[in-house]
Ligand binder design. Structure first.
Ligand code: ADP
Ligand code: SF4
Length: 684
């Protein structure tokens, strides 16, 4: 099958200054949590993107000087020749597949915490750090500005030596050049402050300097936040954002534009934004420049992509998350297999990897971040290693991914699911407000399973130990999931809580099973991810009086890792949900919950019609326990029983998918090292 003629426009080459991109698929810079400490992992990851058809593949933020240090997070650096050598590895890996390599040169200014280098922070004007930490950034004098320009030039020369085709001037995401642009952070009174022309001066000089030094062979791209979503005090796409583009319109070779301020605005999760959500802010850019424009918007639909080009919104299809969820997205469109695209669900688990300073992970793509350390390729798997048949029990994300991966390898698979529909927790969780796109985890796998006739699917089949053994398969994989605890044990409360009155005290499982909720509703969240906040929102939307209580000082605390916490708490408060912070559940009986202040121990009480406990989860392992007994007397052909996903250890959907994939990928292959490869500093 070839490319649908409708999508051919996406495969046109596009000139960017002195270089030409082979197509319109542009993987914009995105963090990987790897950075300068993991050069081999970085190169392998970017190589897969190029192999998958992205015509331009960019690195993550790459520091130009030790005064811009983001330790312990995974940033790159181009400070010296060692960095050149490491990054040449990445550029070569991208070139090997015919794509252009772009490097996002970066200086964080007051956003770089410099914990490793202990350099003083610098900023256009003296200001507190953007990260919450004591201290502050000092105001740059003219000599500092001259130095900064030299760092950018020297880093650009190193970038060219490393082999990059596109070199960025990075004026986005609240970093140093952007701090000069915005009135909020630039309070200078010299020629770099005051009027917009003055505030733009540094960016203009950066572009000119970078062009002077490397512009003959490298394209110079500018990444600009055209709206920082701060209202009139900041840069707006109606106001100064537009004026900046007008002033510099023809200077760079490419405009990479987005909304920013904080990162959470740019990589907004699907809970708070739709595909193409940046269009209203960036659409004007192409009307004021003849240079190619790229932007992002979690594009996964080829028709939407074509619309972006035909309607003149952008010249490329910019993507970070869609390229993580499916590095082979362009190839699939090119080969007429767009139905096989593994669409990003917008959950931002990928953002959490960077925020936790660990290698990239993704809910939809279990192989991302594993390219080097485990040698996993998203498209290539070893053929089956035996004629063994595998029974997978449970059709949630772990079971579906396991069955699909086994099917791709050619194994005969029986997939049994107790419920009448597939999807497990994903089918339930996708019904919560804003989480509809999460159903793609199920839908992609169910669709792809239809292409593998060695996999037989049996919904409505709750299996017991005897059923399992009677099937006579060689391998049994249990993916039976988890259940929410009823005893109050959660992240902060280790011992079971005094809980009485089962009618009015429920768990998320009861809610999904359709148990009636009588208001007022009190949600107690000692899990701290999405569930507590999303349930509170759901009950509020249904018209109940709702309060959410949590032992931590903010609601849905872990969503800080997915850059969502601000939006979650804002929405709850905007909707009139009562937010009760720093309260640990002491006891609950019919109609009354008793809390202790997490700091002082002071007791408070709250009446409720329904209390929903969002605390810990327990692995659903009754079948495993029964099988372990039954197998003593009847082993038959059975060679292994393996638990995967939540029924092994309750965790995220991403971990369930990874767990199912790992089992299926490795079945019948020689045992892999217990410790995956690690990149480590070596003694010279
Ligand atoms: P995971 O995230 O690990 O995939 P889920 O909770 O999403 O876990 O899915 C587990 C699935 O297993 C559920 O759809 C559940 O109905 C199914 N299941 C649990 N026990 C059995 C069983 N004994 N037989 C068949 N299916 C089962
Ligand atoms: Fe998309 Fe979630 Fe994967 Fe990130 S982790 S790329 S948001 S599916």
């Amino acid at each position: 099958m070839g490319c649908n003629p409708r999508y051919e426009i996406l495969f046109e080459p596009v000139r960017i200054g002195p270089v030409t991109a082979p197509n319109r698929f542009y993987q914009t810079p995105h963090a990987t949590g790897m950075g300068h400490l993991k050069p081999q992992s970085s190169a392998a990851l970017r190589s897969i993107k190029a192999e998958g058809g992205w015509g331009v593949v960019s690195t993550e933020y790459c520091s130009i000087h030790p005064s811009s240090d983001d330790s312990p997070f995974g940033f790159l650096s181009l400070w010296d020749e060692d960095d050149v050598r490491d990054l040449a590895h990445t550029a070569d890996a991208i070139h090997a597949h015919g794509s252009l390599a772009a490097v996002e040169l970066w200086h964080g200014g007051a956003h770089a915490n410099n914990r490793l280098t202990r350099e003083p922070m610098i900023a256009p004007s003296a200001q507190p750090p953007k990260f919450v930490q004591p201290g502050g950034a000092r105001a740059m004098d003219r000599q500092d500005i001259r130095e900064f320009r030299r760092w950018q030039r020297e880093a650009a020369i190193r970038a060219k030596r490393a082999g990059f085709d596109i070199v960025y001037c990075y004026a986005g995401h609240d970093y140093l050049p952007f701090q000069f642009l915005s009135r909020r952070t630039n309070r200078r009174t010299d020629e770099y402050g005051g009027s917009l022309e003055n505030r733009v001066r540094l960016l203009r000089e950066m572009i000119e300097d970078t062009k002077d030094t490397v512009g003959a062979t490298c394209a110079v791209a500018v990444r600009l936040a055209v709206d920082e979503l701060h209202g009139p005090l900041g840069i707006t796409s109606q106001g100064e954002g537009r004026e900046i583009i007008e002033m510099l319109a023809e200077l760079p070779d490419l405009w990479d534009v987005n909304v920013a301020g904080a990162l959470g605005n740019d990589s907004k999760s699907s809970r708070f934004s739709l595909e193409g959500y940046q269009e209203e802010h960036v659409a004007f850019v192409k009307t004021v420049t003849t240079k190619p424009v790229v932007s992002v918007g979690r594009f996964t639909s080829p028709d939407t992509m074509v619309g972006q080009i035909r309607r003149g919104i952008q010249d490329f299809i910019g993507a970070a998350r869609p390229s993580i969820a499916d590095p082979f997205l362009p190839t699939k469109i090119f080969e007429g297999r767009e139905d096989e695209i593994r669409e990003c669900i917008g959950c931002n688990i990928c953002r959490s990897a960077n925020n936790e300073a660990v290698p990239l992970r993704c809910t939809q793509n279990p192989t991302i971040g594993e390219e080097w350390r485990r040698g996993w390729h998203p498209e290539r798997l070893a053929r089956k290693g035996s004629e063994a048949r595998v029974l997978v029990v449970g059709g949630g994300p772990a079971g579906l991914e396991c069955a699909l991966t086994l099917g791709r390898r050619g194994y005969g698979v029986l997939l049994a699911e107790a419920g009448n529909a597939l999807g497990g927790r994903v089918s339930r969780e996708a019904t919560l407000p804003g989480l509809g796109a999460w159903a793609r985890v199920r839908d992609h796998r169910v669709h792809m399973l239809g292409k593998h006739d060695t996999v037989e699917i049996y919904p409505g089949s709750r299996l017991g130990a005897e059923d399992v053994l009677s099937l006579g398969v060689e391998h049994v994989v249990l993916a039976t999931g988890s259940i929410w605890r009823r005893d109050g044990v959660g992240s902060s409360v280790e011992v079971p809580t005094e809980i009485a009155g089962s009618q009015s005290i429920l768990t998320p499982d009861d809610i999904f099973a359709g148990v009636t909720v009588a208001g007022p509703v009190l949600v107690y969240d000692d899990e701290h991810y999405f569930m507590g906040g999303a349930l509170a929102e759901k009950f509020r939307l249904a018209g109940h009086d709702v309060a959410i209580a949590t032992p931590l000082p903010v609601v849905s605390s872990w969503t800080q890792m997915t850059d969502e916490q601000f939006f979650v708490q804002k929405r709850l408060m905007d909707n009139g949900v009562d937010v009760l912070l720093s309260r640990s559940l002491l006891s609950a009986s019919e109609g009354v919950a008793e809390f202790a202040c997490a700091y002082t121990g002071r007791i408070t009480r709250r009446d409720f019609g329904t209390l929903v406990l969002v605390t810990g989860r327990l692995a659903e392992q009754a079948l495993f326990d029964d099988l372990s007994v039954a197998i003593e007397s009847a082993r038959g052909a059975l060679r292994s029983i393996t638990r995967i996903g939540d029924c092994l250890a309750p965790s995220s959907i991403a971990d369930a998918v990874h767990s199912g994939h790992k089992f299926a990928r490795q079945l019948d292959l020689p045992a892999v090292a217990e410790v995956p490869l690690r990149e480590r500093p070596f003694l010279p």
